[in-house]
Design a protein. Structure first.
Length: 74
């Protein structure tokens, strides 16, 4: 029973869904001030940095693929 108290005391990081929502909202420019404050008060910025880099990479790759498909169709 003593281990249960220790788990409750550990600061919990943001969930995956919350990180994805924050990244998408930031990318579209509709991030609320309340959510931004929650994001910046989180324990570590590393999950947001990694998710942001993955989103940006995916976005650029998608744009390159779409442009290549459009240009090859001409």
């Amino acid at each position: 029973m003593a281990t249960e108290g220790k788990d409750d005391q550990k600061p919990k990081g943001p969930g995956v869904l919350k990180i994805i929502q924050s990244i998408l909202a930031g990318a579209f420019g509709v991030q609320s001030d309340k959510r931004r404050q929650e994001d910046f008060s989180s324990h570590s910025p590393l999950p947001y940095i990694i998710a942001g880099l993955l989103f940006t990479t995916g976005f650029v790759v998608t744009l390159v693929v779409v442009v290549k498909l459009v240009l090859s169709a001409q």
